[in-house]
Ligand binder design. Structure first.
Ligand code: ARG
Length: 458
């Protein structure tokens, strides 16, 4: 390739550090697709003779068939996927193969291939997230009225509905999906034709290649085209945010599956036994989703760090851009799929959740709010009165709403029997009808909106 200037070939060590074929072979489809678009344009513009362009296109199709059937061969002397394809093309069609690289450099070639790869990766994640959203909405609808404790500081705070809790994750993953869509839209420009860094003197039609590869337009600056990888970082940032959300849901499933909570039983498909303790049923899939999120974050930081000190334009450091993206793609795809499976198959223990929601005087705020709303007591005073009622319940060893109205009236004479309308966990949840609140009717409204957004019939 650059043998002309170097009398001796690269040392074995140089070959070893230089070669990227072991991983960039994952881009073979994109490399061939981009080369086909390039040579079609070169032919149409009269930059290479039409018959050579046709022979090259045909040869590229042959190579695609070979790779499809047998996989990509790995020859470190040929460095990367671009050289592998070109080398095989030369074997197949002879010297005309040498015309393919006219008006092109591996710098714009790799930037184009990688964008195409990231675009497809983005599309796959979008499909995965759609399934996850649908699974969450289905379970939320099923549990619009199921009572569970809402927590702050992992202390029982106020009763909420399980449907509401699940719809919280719907919102997070909905935003993640739109972050991926944003990343995709921003990456929708084609670097092909930027050449090594400065553009070229050939009469290219960059609009044509951009269109042929499904991009909205060509990139506007050749230096930027070959030297930025923000499209890959946008993708990783969206993935990292999504992984954080996945990890939090995984963490909740792990906690809920533990015996002291006992809120859920994970499906057989997503649990494993222990090799020594026969009674064990471990939430391994959830733990691995939580674990993978750490690695995803690490890969994001790796690529940020690779890019941050690079002068324009291309530097070979940038060959290290692919492995983080490939690794993240594998980790996030399986995490989303496993989480979708867990959400679909998990069984919720309504009784355990209800019992936990009733613990810790979780409706104390409701008593305070009732005093304000019905008895006209200022909130600070109502808070104080409620504190005394909680203490009385504790002294009696009962729940707040199990105190008799006579008992409650010893705390404050303005209390009457209508307070029980808000004191049970069900009543408390039902009363929180503010927009976005936890009341079953609100949850059903959120579910209906989500179904409409996902194109699911009501
Ligand atoms: N394998 C290289 C990469 O992934 C291709 C670009 C090589 N360009 C160069 N100027 N050496 O970055």
């Amino acid at each position: 390739m650059w043998g002309g200037r170097f009398a001796e070939g690269p040392s074995a060590l140089m070959r070893e550090i230089n070669a990227s074929i072991a991983f960039d072979k994952r881009m073979w489809r994109q490399d061939i697709e981009a080369s086909k678009a390039h040579v079609a344009m070169l032919g149409a513009q009269g930059i290479v003779p039409a018959e050579d362009a046709a022979a090259i296109a045909q040869g590229l199709d042959t190579i695609a068939g070979e790779y499809e059937a047998e996989g990509v061969p790995e020859d470190k002397a040929l460095e990367d996927i671009h050289m592998h394809v070109e080398h095989r093309l030369t074997q197949l069609i002879g010297p005309a193969a040498g015309r393919l690289h006219t008006a092109r450099s591996r710098n714009d070639q790799v930037a184009t291939d990688f964008r195409l790869w990231v675009r497809r990766a983005n599309d796959k994640i979008d499909v995965g997230l759609e399934f996850l959203l649908k699974a969450l909405v289905a379970r939320a609808e099923e549990h619009a009225e199921t009572i569970m404790p809402g927590f702050t500081h992992l202390q029982v705070a106020q009763p909420v509905t399980l449907g509401h809790h699940l719809m919280a994750y719907y919102e997070m993953f909905r935003r993640d999906r739109s972050r991926f869509a944003d990343a995709r839209a921003r990456a929708d420009e084609c670097p092909l034709g930027a050449a090594a860094l400065a553009g070229t003197s050939y009469p290219l039609d960059r609009e044509a290649t951009a269109r042929a590869l499904g991009f909205a337009r060509p990139t506007a600056n050749s230096l930027d085209s070959v030297s930025d990888r923000d499209f890959a970082l946008d993708h990783l940032m969206a993935a990292a945010q999504c992984a954080l959300h996945l990890s939090r849901l995984a963490e909740e499933l792990i906690i809920w599956a533990s015996q002291p909570f006992g809120f859920v039983r994970l499906g057989d498909d997503f649990s494993t036994g222990s090799s020594i303790m026969p009674q064990k049923r471990n939430p391994d899939a959830a733990e691995l989703v939580r674990g993978h999120s750490g690695r995803i974050l690490g890969e994001l930081v790796a690529l940020c760090t690779t890019m941050k000190g690079l002068p324009l334009a291309y530097s070979k450091d940038m060959q290290d851009d692919k492995e983080p993206v490939f690794a993240v793609q594998d980790l996030i795809e399986i995490s989303i799929a496993a989480m979708t499976g867990m959400v679909r198959t998990v069984t919720f223990d309504r009784d355990r959740m209800r019992a936990a929601a009733a613990s810790g005087h979780s409706t104390a705020t409701d008593l305070a709010d009732w005093l304000v709303r019905v008895a006209g007591v200022p909130f600070r005073e109502a808070h104080h009165i409620t504190g005394r009622a909680v203490k009385l319940a504790d002294d009696r060893g009962t729940a707040l709403w199990e105190l008799s109205v006579e008992d409650l009236r010893t705390v404050d004479a303005r209390i009457d029997a209508s307070v029980y309308d808000v004191l049970s966990p069900e009543a408390s949840a039902r009363s929180r009808t503010s927009y976005g609140g936890t009341a079953p009717d609100q949850v059903r409204a959120q579910v209906a909106a989500a179904k409409a957004a996902l194109g699911i019939k009501a």
